[in-house]
Design a protein around this ligand. Structure first.
Ligand code: PLP
Ligand code: LYS
Length: 459
């Protein structure tokens, strides 16, 4: 007897609800003979007991190995391209140290991210500072810290930065963020290259050419190159290719107008990852080879020297390394039309640790993590504990019919834009992050406490 309504077309009823789809989980995740999930040699039951739930569990070896894979894949093309890990995906002092150890550079986009990087002792010359509205204090701090590059995003910022650098007797290295006019295939809120959005200087309108003139005129700024970031969670490489073509055409125009060849080119991040078994991301080596081919071809066509390429992956390094561990509380069966029902499985977190489902209608998957089960699969919706009906973590997943309070559920692919976008809605303390490696678990971000929140309330 089917105990569920028909699922969405992408969701196939699994033969085995205990199966782990390899593309979704960090390399160190496996199930033991009792069906308990283990990561880096530790069971999720031990982790939940020691650190509580909800808990972000990072497989440190997996994170580091993805960082290295990007470094090596891009390091192997065009005479060596640089990889700036985008800290907005997830940044802590420990993560900044992993990134430094693995030989990557770092993209920060706020004073807070810069502060974490500096506290970690991250080499400032390997940091790039982004932001469409950097404050004077943020720009000043970046200059004083010796940040390697500032990616400018507006005419006002060019003036501000030039004045701040002049006042300090410095020359700041800058890239200009362009808007290439590509409609990236992703959710509207995370597409960043169409004309009607806040980031960058439009190439089509001539704004980018104006920004180039302004930077070249400012004696306290040195123009390293152009930058483009078309959006996030993108699988289709066509958008990156169009972006590369448009930016390089502009680069050729710069050479013709100003007689300068810009030495660098940054094509941003945005590489998609798998959130369900239906997602098939491109490996970094393929991304690197495709970009290199287009760049080499366009440069040859324009007679340009090939600039030093850099990219800024965030999600594709951090996302797959981590799962969120939740404890199940209330389970409800909600009757639907046609005699069907949906199982609502409520967990002890939700939209405060994962806003992506509510914000971008994102798909996630999950599994029963604290035991195996031979019960029949039922179509379930995993929801949180917040006062919103949109507080959904996993819209549709098959879970065993005997799922019950006290079970642990794990949601893979939550290392990017989960903890980094966490909130205190409903005054729920933000979740802890634990890094697991070779049988050791280390807290890298502690759980917030009620006292932390009460301390802010000075009324
Ligand atoms: C300028 C810039 N670089 C890099 C990234 C990282 O993107 P992702 O995490 O999709 O790789 C972002 C975020 O979308 C960004 O705005
Ligand atoms: N926060 C977005 C990605 C935006 C990245 C910043 N430009 C997400 O979760 O998918």
């Amino acid at each position: 007897m089917r105990t569920h309504e028909a699922g969405p077309t992408w969701l196939r009823e699994p033969d085995d609800v205990n199966a782990l789809y390899p593309g979704l989980w960090a390399a160190g995740v496996e199930r033991d003979d009792d069906g308990v999930l283990r990561v880096g040699g530790l069971s999720v039951k031990e982790l939940a007991t020691e650190f509580g739930t909800p808990l972000f569990v990072v497989d440190e070896n997996d994170f580091r190995s993805r960082a290295r894979t990007f470094r090596d894949a891009f390091g192997a093309v065009l005479g060596g391209a640089d990889v700036y890990y985008a800290g907005k995906a997830f940044l802590s002092v420990a993560v900044a140290r992993w990134i430094a150890d693995e030989g990557l550079s770092l993209d920060v986009c706020s004073g807070g991210e810069l502060a974490v990087a500096l506290r970690a002792g991250f080499p400032p010359e390997r940091i790039g500072l982004h932001g469409n509205n950097k404050s004077v204090a943020e720009l000043a701090r970046a200059l004083e810290a010796g940040v390697g590059r500032i990616i400018v995003d507006s005419f006002e910022e060019i003036e501000r930065l030039a004045a701040l650098a002049t006042a300090r007797g410095l020359r700041a290295d800058v890239l200009i963020r362009t808007k290439v006019g590509v409609e990236a295939h992703t959710h509207e809120y995370i597409a960043t290259a169409h004309e009607d959005q806040k980031f960058g200087f439009s190439i089509a309108s001539g704004e980018a050419a104006g920004a180039i003139r302004a930077v070249l005129k400012a004696s306290s700024l040195r123009l390293l190159g152009l930058h483009s970031h078309i959006g996030s969670q993108i699988y289709d490489t066509a958008g990156f290719e169009v972006a590369a073509r448009r930016v390089l055409r502009l680069q050729a125009e710069v050479r013709d107008e100003h007689r300068v060849e810009l030495p660098e080119l940054d094509l941003g991040g945005g590489f998609g990852i798998a959130y369900t078994s239906q997602d098939h991301p491109q490996p970094p080596a393929v991304l690197a080879a495709n970009m290199a081919e287009i760049i080499a071809h366009e440069c040859a066509g324009y007679g340009l020297a090939v600039p030093r390429l850099s990219v800024e992956p965030g999600r594709s390094v951090a996302g797959p390394s981590t799962f969120t561990l939740y404890e199940v509380g209330t389970v409800k069966s909600v009757p639907l039309d046609g005699g069907h029902s949906r199982r609502y499985v409520a967990v002890d977190g939700g939209m405060t640790d994962n806003i992506r489902t509510a914000l971008y209608d994102a798909d996630y998957s999950c599994t029963l993590a604290s035991r195996g089960s031979s019960a029949a699969p039922v179509l379930a919706r995993v929801v949180g504990k917040h006062c919103e009906s949109g507080d959904i973590v996993v819209k549709d997943e098959f879970l065993p019919d005997d799922i019950a309070a006290g079970d642990l559920i794990a949601v893979p692919g939550t290392g990017a834009y989960g903890r980094s976008m966490a909130s205190n809605y409903n005054l729920i303390p933000r979740a802890a992050v634990v890094a697991v490696r070779d049988g050791d678990a280390r807290l890298i971000m502690r759980r917030e406490t009620e006292d932390d929140m009460l301390a802010l309330d000075v009324g």
